[in-house]
Design a protein around this ligand. Structure first.
Ligand SMILES: Cc1ncc(COP(=O)(O)O)c(C=O)c1O
Length: 408
């Protein structure tokens, strides 16, 4: 059986380091808000390229805390509109509606599967205050056009980075931004890697590679076990360069308290625990290598899959995709899934029903979102991960290429 994702094998790869970390915490007598959390937050902030990383209970909480904090800071109000891709995991939408913010669904591009940036401006109204981009499947959703729209319309840019730890975006930096290191605008934080390209007085000077999670004003990350950076249970975090936002989400996640037994906000209990933080510190050290392996498997799929019944998403270079998932499309999706199962290959559907079609969001069911619905009815995720072997990937390719309409 070729598993969709073998978590046991993935964590076994780093067994000694993980077990040592767990033992260290178990014996320490300190289980929350301690040294391990502090260390992981520092390491992760440095990795993403942000001033702050604040651990919390899970990825949904990370997003909920960000939006709630902006409400507490007076930068968002209940009823404000937030633009969001229509094809996302339900948590992106729950984070908005939980804060009485109104999601405004924008269709994705059918080739890239990311929010179609050419449709965003039409969706902006006098009530729009933010754009929530989702780096779905591990692919970078940020574009220069989105950054420009946020600047022009004075919108917050929030990233849902639950599926894209380690992914990058290549940004153009103009002369002035380079000199000033202007960090007030999305996409303009201090550069990670700057490449001089062309030395014109007027035009773009350089490009910089920045990680998703550092491209906007704030980002929510999930460390759900199956993510590229996965804990051994639930965990999440918020990254931002904004000191006030960082302090507010930290307080909100700690019952609303900055100082013991003094409650500034009606908060939540959403904290990362020392065990998860210690395990994540271990796994963060291996993340780039794991992502590199995922990209190699994806390369085999792109090269090998050739079946007129199957379509692949548009290829982007490995720095822009960390291949959290490898989705393909087929009009005969359910038959293809059955065919692969008969060949011992486990696949999953991300996701069978779009958020606006879910029972909990009946008020959005009437929205015409044909591209989103088509994606949800034809998509299938192939096995991908740091422990799938080359032979297994070849077997997946072969089984897909042998799929015929007659196999029904
Ligand atoms: C795109 C996206 N956003 C948010 C979440 C929520 O993360 P969590 O499961 O840690 O709450 C997930 C993961 O499940 C996700 O895939």
């Amino acid at each position: 059986m070729i598993k969709f994702l073998d978590l046991k094998a993935i964590n076994a790869t780093h067994a000694t380091e993980i077990e040592n970390a767990i033992l260290r915490v178990a014996r320490s007598g300190w289980y929350l808000r301690g040294e391990e959390t502090h260390k992981f937050e520092e390491e992760y902030a440095r990795y993403i390229g942000c001033r702050h990383a604040i651990g919390c209970g899970n990825g949904l909480d990370a997003l909920r805390l960000i939006f709630r904090a902006y409400i507490e800071m007076g930068m968002l109000c209940k009823g404000d509109e937030v633009i969001v891709p229509a094809n996302t995991y339900i948590a992106s939408i729950l984070a908005l509606t939980d804060n009485q913010l109104t999601p405004v669904f924008v269709e994705p591009d059918a080739e890239t599967l990311q929010i179609d940036d050419t449709l965003i401006e039409k969706a902006i109204t006098s009530h729009t205050r933010a754009i929530l981009i989702v780096h779905l499947y591990g692919r970078c959703a940020y574009t220069e056009r989105i950054g420009d729209l946020c600047k022009r319309h004075n919108l917050l840019l929030i990233e849902d980075n639950a599926q894209a730890h380690g992914c990058m975006s290549k940004l153009k930096i103009e002369n002035e931004d380079l000199k000033t290191g202007d960090s007030n605008h999305p996409g303009n934080n201090p550069p990670h890697q700057v490449h001089q390209e062309e030395n014109s007085q007027f035009s773009i000077l350089s490009t910089q590679l920045k990680r998703t999670g550092s491209l906007g004003h704030a980002a929510g990350h999930s460390f759900y076990p199956g993510k590229n950076l996965g804990a051994l249970g639930d965990a999440g975090c918020i990254t931002t360069d904004d000191d006030q936002l960082a302090a507010t989400v930290r307080a909100l996640g700690n019952y609303g308290s900055e100082e013991k037994y003094i409650f500034k906000y009606t908060g939540y209990n959403s904290r990362i625990d020392e065990l998860q933080a210690a395990v994540l510190s271990v796994k963060l050290r291996h993340l780039d290598e794991d992502n590199g392996y995922r990209a190699a498997i994806a390369g085999l799929y792109y090269k090998g899959i050739a079946n007129p019944l199957v379509r692949l998403p548009r290829y982007v270079s490995p720095e822009h995709n960390v291949y959290h998932l490898f989705p393909i499309f087929c009009n005969e999706r359910d038959h293809l899934q059955q065919h692969l199962k008969e060949h011992g290959i486990e696949t999953l559907i991300h996701y069978p029903i779009a958020p606006h079609r879910q029972e909990c969001y009946r008020e959005f069911a009437h929205l015409p979102l044909p591209i989103t619905e088509r994606i949800h009815s034809t998509i299938l995720s192939l096995p991908i991960g740091p422990t799938i072997s080359i032979d297994e990937a070849q077997a997946v390719i072969e089984a897909i290429n042998n799929f015929r309409q007659e196999t029904r």
